[in-house]
Design a protein around this ligand. Structure first.
Ligand SMILES: Cc1ncc(COP(=O)(O)O)c(C=O)c1O
Length: 498
């Protein structure tokens, strides 16, 4: 498919604007462009076709099953889009004064209350724009808390298990802490003996995802909490996998002091490809004074923004955070009402159903009941038939499915991390399981079929090393001369009828 710049023809326009009748702005000579910018020039039908063709080639949760482990690619109910598009929400300016934005403030305040209830912690800030920003904010809160107690100089370390998502150590480093790694035991839990030797007076806290990225709920969680709290350290809960436990158990009840939510995962949001996210954090009372400003508070029947928090770490994002994400998440949660538990129960049921169907054809590194996702290993296929997890994932695309997360978590060789979510019916789960079983058979009978997959997608295998080392993310203007570069500067005027 051609790039939009390659389709460009000088003078073509997708719109026809009248000539402005305002006096020309006085722009100093040295600031004026010599030539108009090199924008693609296309008529509207060509433009529409170009982007429609691109959309046709894109796979999304609206196209098919998307079991990307830990990313929770669930259905985005259309009612959420209707609600976020209500003019009172859509057209609200972020600088609107408080008494004219009471509805928006109330929605955010209510969302805070619900989120606090879901995780069992009393104070919430909606500000961070993603899980990873929630992590950084939570760690900055830890620093502020220990600085307030005169312990910041002494407590320099954050403990992280070897199953952690890459953003955890990255956030630790950004917050100015040192990472201390701990191992996973043979049942897939944090190795308690290893942990005990790593926690001490230098420890500021733990960062843990529970259920972990192995899809397993840590059986030693009470003991882990005891170890950290006895050492005077704090517990941080990475809420990326909260979809497994809503309404069933609460991180605050099992000892966590700071939690982040991934609103875009747990409470649905069209995300992926860098789309909008939300990473609110919830904390215990003793950490509340340090939360970002402004806090959204309720005074009787009035909602307002409170900046009077002298110990606050300040702002981590513009205004109150990603408001559209809040409206959709609020709508999603309210549509369940008190039955939110059902969301997590079905997510766990779906994952266990798939695991049961696949466990004889793929290795299961930790053979336990899983939570909302599970990890298989393609090690057997590699050993016996020379077929890798990457080959199996590429072949899944021929069957019309988005591949699961692969090669993560790092401690499982040839890992496939599968998260079906609660919004998929049994027929889809069965179709996916049938495809995975067919792929395991093909690996034995026709391994070349997998090694050359995908066969029916518009793009085959990419040169991944080259793509990683030399990503081309902009058009090579210098390599492609402008069609009329030698001529006079063109007028940026609408071409009638184009
Ligand atoms: C376990 C875990 N932690 C943290 C994150 C980071 O969240 P975000 O992508 O919202 O920054 C992710 C994202 O996939 C994750 O899976």
């Amino acid at each position: 498919m051609k790039l939009i710049y390659e389709k460009s023809e000088p003078g073509r326009r997708a719109s026809s604007l009248p000539r402005p009748d305002l006096p020309q702005a006085e722009v100093p000579e040295e600031l004026r462009r010599a030539r108009p910018p090199r924008l693609p020039e296309l008529s509207e039908p060509e433009l529409v076709r170009h982007f429609t063709a691109l959309a046709d080639r894109t796979f999304g949760v609206d196209t098919g099953f998307y079991p990307l482990g830990s990313c929770t690619m669930k259905h985005n109910p259309r009612v959420n889009e209707r609600i976020v598009a209500l003019p009172g929400f859509r057209d609200l300016h972020p600088h609107q004064e408080e008494d004219a934005s009471q509805g928006a403030l109330e929605l955010m305040w209510r969302l805070q209350e619900i989120l606090g209830e879901i995780v069992g912690l009393p104070a919430v800030s909606l500000q961070p724009a993603a899980g990873s920003q929630g992590e950084l904010t939570g760690l900055l809160l830890m620093r502020a808390y220990f600085a307030d107690r005169g312990e910041d100089g002494q407590r320099r370390e954050i403990v992280i298990p070897d199953t952690a998502h890459g953003t955890n150590p990255a956030s630790v480093t950004m917050a100015g802490y040192e990472v201390v790694g701990i191992k996973t035991d043979p049942r897939g839990n944090v190795d308690l003996d290893h942990l005990r030797g790593k926690v001490g007076p230098r420890t500021a806290g733990l960062m843990l995802t529970n259920p972990s990225t192995l899809g397993l709920f840590d059986e030693g969680i009470e003991e882990i909490t005891r170890i950290f709290h006895d050492a005077g350290a704090l517990m941080y809960y990475d809420g990326a996998n909260l979809n497994a436990i809503c309404g069933i158990s609460r991180p605050g009840d099992f000892g966590f002091d700071i939690v982040h939510f991934n609103l875009h995962k747990t409470f649905s949001q069209p995300h992926g490809g860098g789309g909008p996210g939300g990473g609110p954090i919830a904390v215990r009372e003793r950490l509340e004074p340090f939360l970002p400003v402004p806090a959204i508070v309720r005074d009787g029947e009035v909602f307002r923004l409170d900046y009077e928090r002298p110990k606050s770490i300040g702002k981590v994002r513009g205004f109150c955070g990603p408001f559209g994400v809040f409206v959709r998440s609020y709508a999603y949660i309210r549509s369940f009402g008190p039955g939110l538990k059902e969301m997590s129960e079905v997510a766990v049921l779906n994952a266990n159903y798939l695991l049961a169907r696949l466990k004889d054809a793929y290795e299961v590194p930790f053979d336990r009941l899983c939570m909302h996702e599970f990890v298989l290993s393609g090690r057997g296929l590699k050993r016996e038939h020379g077929v890798t997890t990457l080959d199996a994932a590429k072949r899944l695309m021929d069957y019309g499915f988005h591949p699961p997360t692969i090669y993560f978590p790092l401690i499982v060789p040839e890992a496939l991390m599968i998260e079906p979510t609660e919004t998929e019916p049994k027929e889809t789960l069965d179709a996916f399981a049938d495809a995975m079983l067919a792929i395991a058979r093909e690996a034995a009978e026709e391994p070349e079929l997998l090694k050359e997959a995908p066969h029916v997608r518009p793009i085959k295998r990419l040169d991944e090393v080259r793509a990683a080392k030399r990503p081309i993310v902009r058009y090579g203007f210098e390599e492609h001369e402008e069609p009329d570069a030698a001529g006079e500067p063109r007028q940026l005027e609408a071409q009638k009828g184009a």
